[in-house]
Design a protein around this ligand. Structure first.
Ligand code: PMP
Length: 448
């Protein structure tokens, strides 16, 4: 089975004349002959305009927790549409959804809604700065927190080698003001001593430690429980707020997110993707004394915040996640997927490991998953990058960049599993047959 992308390719040539890169998000551009345009999606499957069908493990970068076009959520969204949209006024439903979130996430004493993960993290950072009266913040190398200037910094790890000191921190995008660098500290994951040394030296200026404990944009490289608990204690010791970014992990790795999984409570936390099964909604939530700063000196708002369609969709999605075994079903599928892949790879003597949570697995071609982004630099990602295009050709959609985990939704069923594993086996054999692979630079996410 080899795909034709004739229609997508020809649409790209037209689209690129009006839309930069022919798309509406840089991350959706995969090259002029590989960019896919979607016709429709249902459950765990996406169909492109050439009628190629894919079992999808990208799931729109995570939000489709139940599956595309879930009839329960879509019915709620339609009912939400009847309410009228946005009013520059509030509705009763906001409280109902906030109560639901608070019941699932103990840290969510108070809740503020937004439309996207980016907006939620921006709000968290702003309120943390206002509360502490400090401006700097600490992030983890390899982390991603959205498309706002304060978060668009990254470590070009491909250029770094052990023993050369700390990797640089550079803007992810042209147009990000260089002056913002002075506010930012980056630390490697899982090094509590290093975190403490930064806190000790700069606690007078650091408002927050912003961490995504399972890095959903970095192969699901994970904090250990001990590290996150140490980080919690260090934040308390040095008067720094702990912001846990659950935009990808929230309502996915557990009903109470990564905080439930790790037994750690944030001061502030952010949720987006899974909470609306793909409808645009997010929250910044946290400790009451901090959150009361909203409306008491801290500005937060937005015309489209709590659109009645997205809010109704979130209400239904959260109800399903809280009251049905959906998340257990998802984790079980992820565990079986890992086991099946493992068997195929082990039979061929290919070293591999998984990181993160079964609902969002990072796949590595090394015996152990990396502990941090520096470790990742010395792992062999060329096998993954050779594998991904074969999987696409065979109708399994994963990100071409090995740094994006494989997401699972409730609609991934036994049939998906069997088909995925068959195709995975074929793809692995194709890569093995085509060895040796060039030592290439990793796939570049088109983040400008
Ligand atoms: N935080 C994390 C951890 C994310 O994964 C993302 C998106 N991938 C964001 C923030 C930004 O969310 P959005 O794309 O909805 O703005």
């Amino acid at each position: 089975m080899t795909r034709s992308l004739t229609k997508s390719n020809s649409h790209f040539q037209k689209a690129v004349k009006r839309l930069p890169l022919g798309v509406s998000s840089n991350f959706r551009y995969w090259g002029e002959d590989k960019t896919i345009y979607v016709k429709s999606a249902k459950g765990a499957r996406v169909t492109d305009i050439d009628d190629n069908e894919y079992i999808d493990y990208r799931l729109a970068y995570g939000p489709c927790i139940l599956g595309y076009a879930d009839s329960r959520v879509d019915a709620a969204a339609r009912a939400g549409m009847e309410q009228g949209g946005v009013f520059a006024l509030s509705t009763e439903r906001e409280l109902a959804v906030a109560e639901r979130i608070a019941s699932m996430v103990p840290a969510a004493e108070l809740v503020r809604f937004s439309n996207s993960g980016t907006e939620a993290v921006m709000a968290a950072l702003r309120v943390a700065r206002a509360y502490t009266g400090k401006d700097s913040y600490v992030v983890v190398e390899g982390g991603y927190h959205g498309v706002f200037d304060a978060a668009l910094w990254y470590t070009p790890i491909e250029e770094w080698r052990p023993g050369r000191g700390d990797p640089h921190l550079v803007p992810y995008s042209a147009g990000v003001p260089g002056v913002l660098r002075a506010l930012l500290h980056a630390v490697p994951m899982n090094d509590a001593d290093r975190l403490e040394s930064v806190f000790k030296a700069y606690s007078h200026e650091i408002a927050a430690f912003l961490i995504e404990p399972i890095m959903g944009n970095c192969c699901s490289i994970s904090a250990t429980k001990e590290y996150l608990r140490d980080a919690r204690a260090l934040c308390d010791k040095y008067g720094i707020l702990l912001i846990i970014d659950e935009v990808k992990t929230g309502f996915r790795v557990g009903r109470g997110g990564v905080q439930e999984l790790f037994g750690v409570k944030a001061d502030l936390c952010t949720f987006a993707k899974a909470m609306g099964n793909g409808y645009p909604i997010s929250v910044c939530c946290g400790r009451e004394d901090i959150m009361r700063k909203f409306g008491n000196g801290v500005v937060h708002g937005g015309t489209f915040t709590c659109h009645s369609i997205a809010l109704s969709a979130a209400q239904k999605t959260l109800e399903i996640l809280a009251e049905t075994p959906a998340l257990a079903t998802i984790a079980d599928y992820g565990t079986k997927l890992r086991a099946g892949m493992s068997q195929i790879l082990a039979q061929r003597g290919i070293k591999h490991s998984f990181s993160g949570h079964p609902s969002m697995s990072g796949l590595f071609f090394s015996e152990k998953p990396p502990r941090d982004y520096r470790d990742w630099a010395s792992s062999d990602y060329t096998f993954y990058e050779a594998l991904a295009p074969h999987l696409h050709d065979l109708g399994v959609l994963c990100e071409p960049d090995s740094r994006e985990p494989w997401f699972v939704c409730e609609a991934h069923d036994e049939r998906c599993l069997g088909e995925t594993l068959n195709r995975f086996e074929t793809a692995v054999d194709r890569v093995v047959r085509s060895a040796p692979r060039p030592a290439s630079a990793p796939f570049t996410k088109y983040t400008t």
